[in-house]
Design a binder for this molecule. Structure first.
Ligand code: NAD
Ligand code: GLY
Length: 370
C-alpha cells in the first residue's frame, strides 16, 4: 500500500456568508487524510465528479479517504477540456446520479480544475433543486479562484459561462500536492488569476509576486501556499461583501472581458482560460492607460510579470469588429453596452463603459495576426 503523506494544513481561510459560510483548507497531504472530510454532511451516498485526466491520478485516493463518511461512493469521469463544458457533459453527471438513485442528501465532490468544478457546482445546484457539494480543486487556477465563491456554469457556443447559478460549496480543500502533476502551461494559466488580485486589490501581493515568480514557476510549496492563501483571502473579502455580483465582485473579472472574447473567438480550448485572462489583463491595462487612469510604467510593470509567468501578452487578431461583437455577450454588458474592469489607480479597480474608438485602438495595438 502506498504511504499516505502526513497531512499539514498550513492555512484555513473562512468564507463568511451567514448560513452559507464555509472554510477553505490549504495544505499538503489533505486529500488522503480522512480528517480533512470530517465536517462534510453525513450522507450514505457520494458522487465524485472528475475527468478522464484527473481520475487516474487522484480519484482512488479521495474515494479511500471518504469511506468513513459515505457508504456508497461512485465516480464519474467526464471528458477533459473547456470544449466539454456543455449541456451534454453536464447531463453525464445527472445520468450518474439518476442511474445510482442518488437521494437529496447525496454529496457531490468536484475533483479537478475549474471546468469540473463549475459543472459539478451547477449539477449540485439543480439536481433535486440542490444537493450539497464540496470543491476539491486540483489546478492552481481552481485553488485560487474558481472553487471559491459559488459561481457555477456551463458555456454556450455564443458566450462563455452564460448558463449557471450561484451555489456555494460546503467546503473547499486545496491540496497543494496535486499541483505537482499539473502541466507547466496550466500552472502559468493559474498564475494569471493570482496576478489579477494585485492590480485590483493588493499592491503588496504584486510586489511579492515580482519577487517570487521564479519560486512559483518552480512549484516551491511554501510560495504556492502563500499565493493560494492570499488569493483566497482577497476573494473571500470580495465575495463576503457581494456574493451575487451586484457591484464590487465584478472587479474579479479584470482581464476577463477581453479574455472571454479571445476564448470564444479562437474556439473554446484553443487558448486556456488563464492565458486569455493574462492577455486580457494587458489589454485592460492599455485601456486603463488610454482612459488616463494609469501610466505607462504601471502597464509595463504588470505586463512584465504576466510575461514572466509564461503567459501571452499579445492577443490574436480577430479584428476589432469581432472582439466588440463577442464582448457584447458578457454578463457585465447592459443594454448592449460593454463594461470593462479598469484599474483606477494601482491596487484599485472599477467597472465602466469605454468609447468604442478607444477600445478599437487598444485592440489594434495589443493584437497580432495569428
Ligand atoms: P481545467 O479545469 O480545464 O483544467 C486544466 C487541465 O488540467 C485539464 O486538462 C485538467 O484535466 C488538468 N488537470 C487538472 N488537475 C490536474 C492535476 N492535478 N494534474 C494534472 N492535470 C490536471 O482548467 P482550469 O484552468 O482549472 O479552469 C478553467 C475553468 O474555470 C474555465 O472554464 C473558467 O471559466 C472557470 N473559472 C470559473 C471561475 C468561477 O468563479 N467559477 C473562476 C475562474 C475560472
Ligand atoms: N472569477 C470571478 C468571480 O468569481 O467572480
Amino acid at each position: 500500500m502506498p504511504a499516505v503523506p502526513t497531512p499539514s494544513v498550513s492555512h484555513q481561510v473562512p468564507i463568511e456568508l451567514g448560513d452559507r459560510s464555509y472554510p477553505i483548507s490549504i495544505g499538503s497531504g489533505l486529500l488522503a487524510d480522512p480528517a480533512t472530510w470530517a465536517a462534510v454532511p453525513a450522507a450514505s451516498q457520494a458522487l465524485i465528479v472528475t475527468n478522464v485526466t484527473v481520475a487516474p491520478l487522484y480519484a482512488q485516493q479521495l474515494r479511500d479517504a471518504l469511506t468513513r463518511r459515505h457508504k456508497t461512493i461512485h465516480i464519474v469521469a467526464l471528458p477533459d477540456g473547456e470544449e466539454h463544458k456543455t449541456w451534454q457533459t453536464l447531463n453525464l453527471i445527472f445520468d450518474a446520479l439518476l442511474q445510482n438513485a442518488a437521494d437529496r442528501k447525496t454529496v457531490l465532490y468536484a475533483l479537478g480544475g475549474g471546468v469540473v468544478g463549475d459543472m459539478t457546482g451547477f449539477a449540485a445546484a439543480s439536481y433535486m433543486r440542490g444537493v450539497p457539494f464540496v470543491q476539491v480543486p486540483t489546478t492552481l487556477l481552481a485553488q485560487v479562484d474558481s472553487s471559491v465563491g459559488g459561481k457555477t456554469a456551463i458555456n454556450h457556443p455564443l458566450g462563455k459561462n452564460m448558463i449557471g447559478a450561484f451555489y456555494q460549496p460546503q467546503l473547499v480543500v486545496c491540496d497543494l500536492d496535486t499541483l505537482t502533476t499539473l502541466p507547466a502551461r496550466e500552472l502559468s494559466a493559474g498564475l494569471a488569476e493570482v496576478i489579477k488580485y494585485g492590480p485590483i486589490a493588493d499592491m503588496d501581493l504584486l510586489a511579492w509576486l515580482e519577487a517570487n515568480i521564479e519560486q512559483l514557476m518552480a512549484r516551491d510549496t511554501a510560495a504556492l501556499a502563500h499565493a493560494v492563501k492570499r488569493s483566497c483571502e482577497i476573494k473571500a473579502w470580495v465575495v463576503g461583501q457581494d456574493e451575487r455580483e451586484a457591484g464590487l465582485r465584478a472587479i474579479l473579472n479584470f482581464g476577463h472581458t477581453f479574455g472571454h472574447a479571445i476564448e470564444a473567438g479562437m474556439g473554446y480550448g484553443q487558448w486556456l482560460h488563464g492565458e486569455a485572462v493574462g492577455c486580457g489583463m494587458v489589454m485592460a491595462l492599455h485601456l486603463s492607460k488610454a482612459l488616463g487612469l494609469v501610466d505607462t510604467a504601471f502597464v509595463e510593470r504588470v505586463t512584465a510579470l504576466v510575461r514572466k509567468a509564461g503567459l501571452p501578452t499579445v492577443g490574436p487578431q480577430l479584428g476589432a469588429d469581432r472582439y466588440l461583437e463577442l464582448m457584447q455577450v458578457d454578463k457585465k454588458a447592459e443594454g448592449g453596452e460593454i463594461k470593462f474592469v479598469v484599474i483606477d489607480r494601482p491596487g484599485h479597480a472599477s467597472v465602466r463603459p469605454a468609447p468604442d474608438a478607444i477600445v478599437r485602438e487598444v485592440i489594434e495595438r495589443c493584437c497580432v495576426p495569428g
